[in-house]
Every structure is written in C-alpha cells, then in structure tokens.
Design a protein around this ligand. Sequence first.
Ligand code: AMP
Ligand code: ZN
Length: 113
Amino acid sequence: MDCIFCKIVEGTVPSNKVYEDEKIVAFKDINPEAPVHIVIIPKEHIESVKELDDNNAQIVSHIILAAKKIAKDLGISESGFRIVNNCGKDGGQTVPHLHFHLLGGRDMQWPPG
Ligand code: AMP
Ligand code: ZN
C-alpha cells in the first residue's frame, strides 16, 4: 500500500520518533505548526475516524493516553496542549491514515480558524 504513515511504521520512510509501543508510533511533524508538534498514529492502517467502529475504536483512548505521557515527557503538560484530528477534505486531512496531532509550547489560540 502506498501510504506514507504505513512506511513510517515499517521504517522504510525515516521519522523522528518520540514514542512507540506495540500499537502506535509517535513522531515529530515534518512541518511543525508549534514548538512541539507530534503526530500519533496506529500501526494498523485505518484511513480515518470514519473507519472506526466498536471493534477498533479503543485505539483512540490508547492514543490519547500516549499523548498525555508524551506531553509530560516533552515538557508541555503544565503549560497545556491541544490534540487534533482532521477527518476528510473539509477537515483538512492530507494523509489518509488515522492520526492525531499533539501541539503545544505556545498559546494555541481558539478558535483555530
Ligand atoms: P493532516 O493534515 O491532519 O492529514 O496531517 C498530516 C500531517 O503529517 C501534516 O502536519 C504533515 O506535515 C505531516 N507529515 C506528512 N508527511 C510526514 C512525514 N514524512 N514525517 C512527518 N510528518 C509528516
Ligand atoms: Zn497507512
């Protein structure tokens, strides 16, 4: 499958990993929008939130708990952070492999625009 994030999981595309376990990988975003910008993905290829159901949605809580740990490890837990999922065209999803952005290290502003 021609999926850049699957290739990061396989190791055939390099990434700057900050966390990995048996289910997920987290790496630095190549085009950071904040001083800390991490992309967290399931190792399994799931295209988007639209492909989640009762059989696979537990990966989301696993990712959120990892994001909490990564935020602490990277020193943005106290100051605060944002977790973002983009879904589909209008949601701004550019990579069709489910992922969550962990952003922090500056005032992220709300609404995001
Ligand atoms: P989205 O727009 O929500 O689909 O987010 C995809 C994110 O993946 C963007 O923020 C990209 O900068 C990031 N990205 C794409 N390719 C890579 C890569 N090879 N390594 C790290 N981040 C990437
Ligand atoms: Zn994939």
